[in-house]
Design a protein around this ligand. Sequence first.
Ligand SMILES: NC(=O)c1ccc[n+]([C@@H]2O[C@H](COP(=O)([O-])OP(=O)(O)OC[C@H]3O[C@@H](n4cnc5c(N)ncnc54)[C@H](O)[C@@H]3O)[C@@H](O)[C@H]2O)c1
Length: 287
Amino acid sequence: MKKRLEGKVAIVTGGGSGIGEAICKKFAREGASVVVAGLPEDPVEDVAKEIQQEGGDAIPFTGDLSVLAVAESCVELAVKQYGKLDVLVNNAGTFPETNLLSEFSEEAFDYLLKNNIRTAFAMSKAALPELQKTKGNIVSAGSESGALGIAQNAPYGGTKGFIHAFTKGLAAEQAQNGVRCNIVAPGPIDTGWTHKETGPMDAQMEQMVTKGTLMGRRGTPEEVANVYLFLASDEASYVTGAIFPVDGGTLIAKGPAGDQASESMKKQPDGELILKHSKDSHTSVRK
Ligand SMILES: NC(=O)c1ccc[n+]([C@@H]2O[C@H](COP(=O)([O-])OP(=O)(O)OC[C@H]3O[C@@H](n4cnc5c(N)ncnc54)[C@H](O)[C@@H]3O)[C@@H](O)[C@H]2O)c1
């Protein structure tokens, strides 16, 4: 049976850990040649080596992909090594701190802009000329917080809202060149970010994000990578400008967030409408 990315060449940013690592491994198992791209301190060489040991094809690239010249050299490496580029996965991102905006540091804000926004801008700009040649596609990492916002990390949610609109804008302008652009919007995923021991979430936030899913659990990086695989493959040939939530139902969950509200917040104000009429539909009767 033909593999789902047979003969394709992909760059995965932030490929050295978490969701990006799962994407690199899944893509390679499905026949893609993968450039595992990340910061110099990321274990991109390890991931590329593990893929090679499994019989897959991968090479590492290290550099700060928020810098356009570095992004261009990443694309150049893919083309030099493999002759073309079919898929760009804009997965790189950071989650540096959780704080109310009053406490949120300017440094963390700038760090978010650089790593979550500039990386997608620089890599997309660098990759598009090659993607136009192959009629390839871009899949970018959004987030349920890009749609809903996230308390104690409002700037992070803002960067993901940018990714949603930016990628849809690219989809709109690149369709005429045969390039598709889509977004995967994960909920809480089982990476370092969603554990209090390894990320900036405290115990309460860690509990809230998982209780906010309908499934009451984190997703695995592999469950997210499955959706990246579909969107990157030719199976998604009629899909562009779409946001695919992979969030265990977070976007539709009413969630237990109200548990966190203070008693005064929970008190419902007296309504002015009596809501009792001669003909009541069952929905308008206050119980
Ligand atoms: N983990 C979650 O719960 C979750 C939820 C929603 C969205 N996401 C998104 O998924 C993506 C991956 O998250 P993750 O949990 O796997 O985190 P992660 O920290 O394991 O992976 C992100 C990778 O991006 C790399 N990176 C950051 N800035 C970079 C830069 N300037 N140049 C090159 N590489 C850079 C990091 O070094 C890291 O290896 C992020 O974009 C994140 O916003 C994650």
